[in-house]
Design a protein around this ligand. Structure first.
Ligand SMILES: Cc1cc2nc3c(=O)[nH]c(=O)nc-3n(C[C@H](O)[C@H](O)[C@H](O)COP(=O)(O)OP(=O)(O)OC[C@H]3O[C@@H](n4cnc5c(N)ncnc54)[C@H](O)[C@@H]3O)c2cc1C
Length: 538
């Protein structure tokens, strides 16, 4: 039986609390599997491994619990930005963003990003998954196999659609309920521009060159249904799954080439816990490569600069950083309309050039002003809304650099947004399309007028783009799966050149998927667990 926070009974809560208190107060010297990071992908891996009662699983998480209104109330997600549930990363100053050092939030605590994000469920485009398969040389990553997996993991609340949707899985997916009138206007506006609209933002739309639809979201009975809630929370009464919060992973400890254990800090003390079978890194696209480098897996010349002994030379660790850079365009409401659901209920994918086969632009509506720190200074209406107009297929690549040998120190994040000139060209088309959409007839009854950017062109438009650029929080690809010299993991997500170490999180994406990234992370977690199961005959 699957229980969630709204239906679970008092007996389950008591049993779970007693179970976890017992397990965490008597930590074992080693476990069969140690999963590092209880975020979007790590939650999936831990659950699937723990489904086998013969296997002892330890799930390590640096942050804390998720039982708080700030997490569970869908409308409160912005209150986590910059707070205790946000790692609070900042990228290096970027000359392509007029020198700005932008915030790069990532979730900290049970659920990771899936506990502070906007709850959008976006599966990725057919072309993304087929690209994953071709890079990996393994059809299991291809669209038709991934579609099969999505059908198995979803508990879709919309009309039956057996080809695209499943209704027996752990992930409760529902379309934005009772959406805001501006979300509906977005679909009418899209049609005015000749963009087709769809009944669902997943399914057929993700096989099409573009379209608009209401958003699918992970909200159940009015509460956030994070991937932690979907996968791990319902089984925390099991004796073979230890969920350890406040546990900060510092490095992987190798015996020869074998990943034998994890060094972590728990309540101020450094501890070593062994892994009898495997370690899975699910620390997210910033921390997974960081921990790899601190453990001696990375570019040997870079590691040598900090006196870190090289276990395995993998120059791709921390390279290939991708994200969806976004440019907020804002309108003022004619009459204030409070945000509904997560405050983002409609989305659109489209192309910056007609000759493209697949969408390279991503638009998510946000039902309140969401400027950058720079564009906020231009002045905001008291009641407004924003279109997050983003690049779905950016060409710019960033990288991560260690700044010291101490894992407790921060690292340098060169996000490098807009460093590739093709991205600026796409960004102009993106902002122009966004303005055409927001100024469409469909919005006229609802808005007083456009606030920004207004009718800019040439250098003024470029300047706005560079001032407005922010992250969509889809950091990924820093330990990519593939077969070239810059690849870090193979098709089974095993780290090249070492044993008993896999990665399952957004780091392994060869390129960032076309839409929001938590659903692809669930697939990555499922595939990782499946491949581990095969390898160990679980
Ligand atoms: C504000 C925000 C809004 C977003 N909106 C959406 C959205 O609406 N839809 C969508 O699909 N995606 C969204 N995303 C992105 C999505 O949440 C991420 O892509 C996804 O969570 C990444 O999953 P992951 O498993 O790679 O890493 P994460 O979910 O980030 O998990 C990594 C986990 O590892 C833990 N960790 C890190 N370092 C250590 C350490 N040293 N020791 C122990 N634990 C550690 C972290 O605390 C975290 O819990 C958003 C993200 C943010 C931040």
């Amino acid at each position: 039986m699957t229980l969630d926070h709204t239906s679970e009974d008092a007996d389950f809560i008591r049993r779970s609390e007693e179970n976890q208190a017992r397990l965490t107060s008597s930590l074992q010297p080693s476990y069969d599997f140690v999963v590092c990071g209880a975020g979007a992908a790590g939650s999936v891996v831990a659950r699937r491994l723990a489904d086998n009662p013969e296997v002892q699983v330890l799930l390590l998480e640096a942050g804390g619990d998720d039982a708080a209104d700030q997490v569970l109330d869908p409308g409160l997600w912005p209150t986590n930005l910059g707070g205790a549930r946000d790692w609070g990363f900042t990228a290096e100053p970027n000359p392509h963003l007029n020198g700005r050092a932008i915030a790069m939030s990532m979730g900290k605590g049970l659920g990771g990003g899936s506990s502070i994000n906007v709850m959008v469920w976006a599966r990725g485009h057919r072309s993304d998954w087929d690209f994953f398969a071709s890079e990996a040389g393994d059809s299991r990553w291809g669209h038709s196999n991934v579609l099969d997996l999505y059908r198995r993991i979803e508990n879709y609340q919309g009309p039956p659609d057996p080809h695209y949707r499943g209704d027996g899985g752990p992930v409760w997916v529902q379309q934005a309920a009772d959406p805001n009138p501006i979300a509906c206007a977005m679909l009418d506006g899209a049609r005015e521009l000749g963009v087709p609209t769809f009944d669902s933002s997943n399914g057929a739309m993700m096989e099409h060159p573009g379209g608009a639809a209401l958003t699918d979201m992970l909200v159940r009975n009015g509460k956030r249904h994070s991937l932690y809630r979907a996968y791990v929370h319902p089984i925390r009464d099991r004796p073979n799954l230890t969920i350890l919060t406040g546990a900060v992973v510092r490095r992987i400890v190798f015996e020869g080439r074998r990943a034998a254990g994890v060094e972590l800090v728990l309540q101020g003390r450094t501890t070593l816990i062994g892994a009898r079978s495997e370690i899975v890194l699910s620390l997210g696209a910033i921390q997974t490569p960081k921990i790899l480098m601190h453990s001696g897996v990375g570019d040997r010349t870079e590691l040598a600069r900090f006196g870190i002994s090289s276990i395995q030379h993998l120059p791709g660790v921390g390279q290939n950083l991708q994200d969806h850079v976004s440019f907020g365009c804002t309108w003022e409401y004619a009459n204030p309309i409070p945000p509904r659901n997560s405050g983002s209920e409609a989305k659109m994918y489209w192309k910056s050039r007609p000759d493209l086969d697949n969408p390279d632009l991503l638009f998510c509506q946000v039902e309140f002003p969401a400027p950058s720190e720079r564009t906020a200074a231009r002045g905001l209406p008291e009641h407004g809304w924003t279109m997050f107009a983003g690049l779905a297929r950016p060409h710019s690549r960033g990288r991560l650099r260690l700044k010291s040998a101490d894992p407790a120190d921060s690292l340098a994040i060169d996000a490098n947004f807009l460093s590739d000139p093709r991205d600026l060209i796409a960004a102009r088309a993106c902002v122009e399309l966004c303005r055409a959409l927001g100024n469409a007839r469909a919005f006229e009854p609802l808005v007083r007028g456009e606030v920004m950017p207004g009718n800019l062109s040439g250098d003024a438009l470029d300047h706005y783009i560079r001032d407005a650029a922010v992250t969509y929080w889809h950091q990924s690809c820093t330990a990519k799966m593939g077969r070239d010299d810059m690849s870090v993991v193979d098709a089974s997500l095993k780290v090249y050149g070492v044993e008993a170490l896999r990665i399952a999180d957004a780091s392994i994406m060869p390129r960032v998927t076309t839409g929001n990234t938590q659903a692809p992370c669930a697939i990555i977690g499922e595939r990782a667990a499946e491949m581990i199961g095969e390898a160990h005959r679980l």
